[in-house]
Structure formats: structure tokens, C-alpha cells
Design a protein around this ligand. Structure first.
Ligand SMILES: Nc1ncnc2c1ncn2[C@@H]1O[C@H](COP(=O)(O)OP(=O)(O)OP(=O)(O)O)[C@@H](O)[C@H]1O
Ligand SMILES: [Mg+2]
Length: 131
């Protein structure tokens, strides 16, 4: 099953074609890498897929639905998580805790649940990462 797909995706900066008619499909569960020399357009491609940049043309599909030019927060809510080339990690936190920072968007518990450690908080993924 295809989970992420780019169809003829382009992102131009004036006359510079950073991403030029890229087509690719990632299957569910697949580990998929993109390689290329410096300036090849890898980061630009990720930025277009995650909504940081708009596409000049073409489409990005996630689970078959078009997500082209959606805002980064909408893309995150739909289920695409990303990291950045220049990382800013919390050095005093563990790897799991750093990952958990980005998970809040999918958590249902409120600040009330976190303060009073309600059953809902106890069942949360965040709780299991932090304990
Ligand atoms: N915001 C921007 N405005 C203008 N040009 C840009 C912008 N972002 C990227 N570019 C240009 O697009 C091209 C692709 O850059 P990009 O950062 O996507 O490459 P990359 O493959 O990630 O390179 P690296 O391996 O160095 O990380 C480069 O020529 C870069 O200068
Ligand atoms: Mg890059």
C-alpha cells in the first residue's frame, strides 16, 4: 500500500529548479532514503512534502489524499512527522523524551490530565515515553 507519493513535483526558486518533476512512492512500512550531492534538492523536497514550502507544480499524496500546499501544522496533524537538517535537541532530555516533544499533537490528554496524572494520562504514549 502506497502511503506517500510525489507526482511530478516541482519547486523552483526563480530560474533555479531545486525539485524538478520528482516522482516517487513510499510503501507503508518501507524505509525509504533519498540521496544526492549537496544542493541536489533533498531538503527542498522534504520542505514541499511537509508544507514548509509550497510546490511550484505537481502533487504530494498521503494515504491517497492530496496534501499539496497544506500548512505544516495541517500536514503534521494528518500524520507526517519530520525533523530538520540543523537539529536543536534538548540536551538534558533522553532520546525518547526528545521524540515525545513532537507527539503532543496526537495526544488527547489535557494539562489537567498531566497535572493530576489521570487514567487518560497514564494510558498516553507520552506518559510511557517519559516514565
Ligand atoms: N529558500 C530558498 N531560496 C532560494 N534558493 C534555495 C532555497 N532553498 C534552497 N535553495 C536552493 O535550492 C537548491 C537545493 O537546495 P537543498 O537545500 O534542497 O539541497 P540539499 O540536497 O538538501 O543539499 P544538502 O545536501 O547540502 O543538504 C540549492 O541550489 C539551494 O541553494
Ligand atoms: Mg539538505
Amino acid at each position: 500500500m502506497v502511503i506517500l507519493e510525489a507526482k511530478d513535483l516541482c519547486r523552483y526558486f526563480g530560474g533555479l529548479k531545486a525539485v524538478d518533476h520528482v516522482n516517487m512512492q513510499v510503501q507503508k512500512g518501507e524505509i525509504f532514503g533519498i540521496i544526492g550531492p549537496n544542493g541536489a534538492g533533498k531538503t527542498t523536497f522534504f520542505n514541499v512534502c511537509s508544507g514548509t514550502y509550497t510546490a511550484t507544480s505537481g502533487d504530494v499524496l498521503f494515504n491517497g489524499k492530496c496534501i499539496t500546499n497544506k500548512k505544516p501544522e495541517e500536514v503534521a496533524r494528518i500524520g507526517i512527522a519530520r525533523t530538520f537538517q540543523n537539529l536543536k535537541l534538548f540536551s538534558y532530555m533522553t532520546v525518547a523524551e526528545n521524540i515525545a516533544v513532537g507527539f503532543h499533537i496526537h495526544s488527547k490528554e489535557t494539562i489537567f490530565d498531566a497535572i493530576f496524572h489521570t487514567k487518560r494520562y497514564g494510558n498516553s504514549v507520552l506518559f510511557h515515553c517519559l516514565s
